[in-house]
Structures are given as structure tokens and as C-alpha cells.
Design a protein around this ligand. Structure first.
Ligand SMILES: Cc1cc2nc3c(=O)[nH]c(=O)nc-3n(C[C@H](O)[C@H](O)[C@H](O)COP(=O)(O)O)c2cc1C
Length: 356
């Protein structure tokens, strides 16, 4: 039997298979960050995954970074997310919520009262971002004070509580892709000279404090973290990523987390070989996998579970297709982030005859 289809323990939970749906922003929320009524259907269609990780969800309104992305701060947002977790659980699935604070990868037009995006240091990222009125240059962010950092950490703690109250099985800290946690970790975006900047121990402090705060609220066995060393996305640069991530993962040991999720895209170092031996919880690998490469990672014991993004987006019944060696639907990039049902809940499952 394929190693994809055995059970695996991840923190508090036993997953029915080792296929994880990657966190994917789909921009199907309203301007108040409330997921639309299409969202429960989308996730329920994909409940055959051993674990679903939701799209990035902002823990606090100042963490929003894209149009029509959802939050987990207001009562309306929590009520809508309850429908999502209930729909997935009704189909026997498990679902974690990814908490994503974009930091400087945002724009005043997306933030309350036109506020400046927040970051460890006032360093403007190169590039442009989509706003409601089209592409705009990034701006120079506001450098956070220590008191403001404490308030963001508390915002993550409260968001984890609300996610648990909304029925989620756990939360994932998005510390990848150049957003706020990685802005702290990386020397190119963090020039602070206080306890949150400078040495690798200081640059890792924010991530470790956020994880500890969330774990204290809902249990460390319901908290995971995603990292993507050397993924040069959103103008993120670090002078010595092997050193930074070795230190970070060594420190994760004491936290007893549910999992470490590592997504690599063309890194020059074999981070899986470097990091997996340092971590004591479940190790999840994602980024450009297909059935064959995923099975070989599991068979060789290099990963405990494997993460699929665009393949799950386009194939609601991906595990069943792999089981049968069936053809896959092709993802349509044009509708990744557009509002509405098209390209969201209309990817077909296999016909009953095909799955018979
Ligand atoms: C439409 C889309 C949206 C994404 N949004 C997020 C996100 O919100 N959070 C995140 O951590 N990664 C995000 N990613 C990255 C995926 O989680 C995953 O790492 C990436 O797609 C690589 O896996 P794949 O090759 O199997 O698609 C997104 C990817 C896609 C295709």
C-alpha cells in the first residue's frame, strides 16, 4: 500500500492519511474579513485530506495584507469560521487555521484608518502589491516598539483561542514567505538593536514568543509552524539562513509543538537533512511535490506527512485520485484570487463511475 494512506499522529490528533492540504489564500472573504458562504463548501469538498491547513488568516486587523482575506478577530468572523470547521468535521476531516500577519507586505489602503504596515524595522520592501484600486508600491513600514510587539504577540494568543473556540483542531503560525515572523527572523528586514534584533537569538525571539503564547492558550500539541528558508519571496533576505534556521528549530524542541512544516523552493542547502534531526515533533514537507516524490519522502522516513497546494486546490478528491492513479484536474491561475464560486468550488470530483 502507498505510504500516503497510513495513519499518522500529529500532536494531539491522529490523521487518517498523510496528505495535508497546504495553506492557500483564496480571497473569498468580504471587506470586513468575514469568509463568504462558499468557504465551508470549499473546505468540506477537500475533507479527505488527513489535515487541511486553511488559507492565511489575519490574527489582528493590522496583520491584513491582501484584498478579501479573512480574519479571526471579530464575532462575525468567528461565527463564519464555525461553519467551516463544522463542515469539515461533518465529513470526517481535520482542520488547522493558519495565522498570517503580513507585517510590511501590506498597504495603508488595506489597514484600519489607513495605518502604516508594521515591521521590525522601517525598511521598505522592493516591489508592488495588489490593492482594491490596482497595483501600488510598498511603503516604508512603521518600526514596532517593544510594547507594540507585546501587543501583537497577545493578538496571536487571542486569535489562537478564537480559532479553537470556532472549532479548529489547531493553528499554524505562518513564519514563511516573507511575512511578519520571517521579517523578524531575517537580517535584511530586521535591523533592530534591542532584544528583538541583532543576534540570531534575538531575531528568533518574536517567533518563539508567539508560539509560546499560542501554546499556553490552546496547548502546544495543537500548534504548528511553517517556514520556508531561502524562499526569496516578498523581498526577504537573510545573511545566513542555515544558521538562523538551525537555531530556530533547536529552540522549537522545548516547545513540544504538533509539527514543523517546511516548504522549500530552490534552496541551496538541503534544509530537510539539516532540520529534521533537530526537531522532535511531526515533520511536514511541502513545495512542488507530486505523488511519486511524496511517496518516496514518506517511504524513506524523510517526512511524516506531505503537503500539496495547487493539486488540492484543483482536485477536491486528491487522495482518492492518488489511490486510483486517476488523472488530475489542472489548476486555473486566473481564478486563484478572484471572488465567487468559479475556480473555487466548481473543480469536479471524479465521476461515480470513475471512482467505482
Ligand atoms: C493560490 C495560492 C495561495 C497560497 N497562499 C498561501 C498562504 O496563504 N499561506 C502559505 O503559507 N502559503 C501559501 N501558498 C503556498 C502553498 O502553501 C504551498 O507552499 C505552495 O503552493 C507549494 O506547494 P505546491 O507546489 O504543492 O502547490 C499559496 C499557494 C497558492 C498556489
Amino acid at each position: 500500500m502507498s505510504p500516503l494512506f497510513s495513519q499518522v499522529r500529529v500532536g494531539r490528533h491522529t490523521l487518517s492519511n498523510r496528505m495535508v492540504m497546504a495553506p492557500m489564500t483564496r480571497s473569498r472573504a468580504d471587506d470586513a474579513g468575514v469568509p463568504s458562504t462558499l468557504v465551508p463548501t470549499y473546505y468540506a469538498q477537500r475533507a479527505g485530506a488527513g489535515l487541511i491547513i486553511t488559507e492565511g488568516v489575519f490574527p489582528v486587523a493590522l496583520g491584513k495584507g491582501y484584498v478579501r482575506t479573512p480574519g479571526i478577530e471579530t464575532a462575525e468572523q468567528v461565527a463564519a469560521w464555525k461553519q467551516v470547521s463544522a463542515a469539515v468535521h461533518a465529513r470526517g476531516g481535520r482542520i488547522f487555521m493558519q495565522l498570517m500577519h503580513c507585517g510590511r507586505i501590506s498597504h495603508p489602503s488595506l489597514l484600519p484608518e489607513g495605518a502604516l504596515p508594521q515591521a521590525p524595522s522601517a525598511i521598505k520592501p522592493a516591489g508592488q502589491t495588489w490593492t482594491a484600486t490596482g497595483l501600488e508600491e510598498f511603503v516604508t513600514p512603521h518600526a514596532l516598539s517593544v510594547a507594540e510587539i507585546a501587543s501583537i504577540i497577545d493578538g496571536y494568543r487571542r486569535a489562537a483561542r478564537r480559532a479553537a473556540d470556532a472549532g479548529f483542531d489547531g493553528v499554524e503560525l505562518h513564519a514563511a514567505s516573507g511575512y511578519l515572523p520571517e521579517q523578524f527572523l531575517s537580517s535584511g528586514s530586521n535591523r533592530r538593536d534591542d532584544e528583538y534584533g541583532g543576534s540570531v537569538a534575538n531575531r528568533a525571539r518574536f517567533v518563539l514568543e508567539v508560539l509560546a503564547a499560542m501554546a499556553s492558550e490552546i496547548g502546544s500539541d495543537r500548534v504548528g509552524i511553517k517556514i520556508s528558508p531561502e524562499m526569496n519571496f516578498n523581498d526577504i533576505v537573510d545573511a545566513n539562513p542555515p544558521e538562523t534556521y538551525t537555531y530556530l528549530v533547536e529552540q522549537l524542541r522545548g516547545l513540544d509543538l504538533a509539527y514543523l512544516h517546511v516548504a522549500l523552493f530552490g534552496a541551496s542547502t538541503d534544509y530537510h537533512a539539516l532540520l529534521r534531526p533537530l526537531f522532535d515533533g511531526s515533520y511536514l514537507i511541502g513545495g512542488g511535490l507530486d505523488q511519486h516524490s511524496a511517496e518516496s519522502l514518506l517511504a524513506d522516513g524523510r517526512a511524516d506527512a506531505v503537503v500539496f497546494g495547487s493539486a488540492f486546490l484543483a482536485n477536491p478528491d486528491l487522495p482518492e485520485r492518488f489511490r486510483q492513479g486517476a488523472a488530475l484536474n489542472v489548476p486555473d491561475k486566473e481564478t486563484f484570487y478572484t471572488p465567487g464560486a468559479e475556480g473555487y468550488i466548481d473543480y469536479p470530483a471524479m465521476s461515480p463511475t470513475a471512482s467505482a
